[in-house]
Structures are given as C-alpha cells and as structure tokens.
Design a binder for this molecule. Structure first.
Ligand SMILES: [Zn+2]
Length: 198
C-alpha cells in the first residue's frame, strides 16, 4: 500500500451542480485545478472523482480506482470510488443515457471490488451536503432496493488493450505461416511423386 492508495468498500455518487448537457470534462477539471492545483491523479487530471458521466452518457475516467480520491471528506477518499454525474439534480433529472451508463459502471466496479448493491450511496449520506441532489438521491435509494435490475457488463463491451491487439496480429501471422508451410510441403510431395514417375 502506498501513501495515496484506495481500497474501495463503497461507491459514492455526486453531481456537478451545473448544467447537465452543457458541462464538459475539461470544465470540471479546471474547477478542481483551481481548488487543488497540486493534486493530480496518476492519469494526469485534477478531477477528484474516479469517473465522470456526461449528460449524453459518455463515461470518462479521471482517476484510477485504486488511487486516493478527492471528493468526500471523512476518510472516504481512501475507501470508495467516486462517480460524478454532470447536472444539478435538485432542479433537473439525470438523462436516460446517464443512468444506463451509471448502471453499467456500477456493475463493473462492484464486480471488481466485491461491493454489494446496498453499499452504493449518495454523497449526502456520508457528509453534510445536498449532493447529488434530490432527484439523483431518489434513483440511488431505488438502486439499493431493486435487486431485479442487476446490471452485468455486456461481453461485447470488453475492450482490447493494445497488447492484446498486437498478440492477435502475431497469432494471425503465425497462422498464415503455418498454412504456407503446409502448402510448401504439399508442393514438395507433389514434386517428389512427379520425379519418381519420371
Ligand atoms: Zn458530492
């Protein structure tokens, strides 16, 4: 364990208190940079959450899951994954795309860290704040209770790393070489039999 490591036991949901559809990742990064200029994640961002979900459902990672966060006081930054949705959910609702992305993301994080459904909380349940807004809190409470809508990451969404892609290319090459070798052997056999006939 290094000084700034994180061992997630819970997942904490936040909102940006800004426009759901008009807040960008770089804007959020700038806000955090102003407040904590020297706190930079291993991925190179000032954002204190592990993940940010834009209004259109795009998920962006700002911080590694096993890296200390900067989103919830009270010791939680070293035992939680922080997810922030763009929006101001006392006044607007999260978009369907955001909720779908959030469910998928929660499914993956819970699987990786063995976190139960009832260990997903809104920021306000761990610290005196209104974050993530009453509309988002309604969803969070429902998520904890609704065992039926268990979301598992679809097999099709598994991404190939550059290393894996390289390995597959190598395998294809190897395969081709084996085929060519086979053809050459066949040709040799054919030649041999032709010679014998002469
Ligand atoms: Zn918050």
């Amino acid at each position: 364990m290094t000084n700034n490591s994180n061992r997630p036991e819970v997942i904490l949901i936040h909102h940006t208190v800004s426009s759901r559809d008009r807040t960008s990742f770089s804007q959020v990064n700038e806000w955090h940079k102003t407040r904590w200029p020297n706190f930079i994640s291993q991925l190179g961002w000032h954002i204190g959450y592990q993940y940010v979900i834009k209004g259109d459902g795009e998920v962006l990672q700002a911080r590694k899951e096993d890296e200390e966060g900067a989103h919830t006081l009270g010791g939680w930054n070293r035992k939680s994954v922080g997810i922030c949705l763009m929006g101001s959910f006392d006044h607007e609702n999260p978009s369907t795309a955001q909720i779908e992305a959030l469910e998928r993301l929660l499914g993956g994080i819970r699987q990786r860290w063995g976190i139960e459904r009832h260990q997903v909380f809104g920021h306000q349940e761990k610290w005196a704040t209104k974050c993530p807004g009453k509309n988002m809190m309604t969803w969070v409470r429902g998520y904890r209770l609704n065992e039926k809508s268990e979301v598992v990451e679809k097999p099709g969404t598994i991404e190939l790393s550059p290393a894996k892609v390289g390995m597959l290319k190598q395998l294809k090459k190897l395969n081709l070489q084996v085929i060519i070798l086979g053809l050459m052997l066949q040709l040799q056999k054919l030649r041999n039999s032709l010679h014998k006939k002469k």
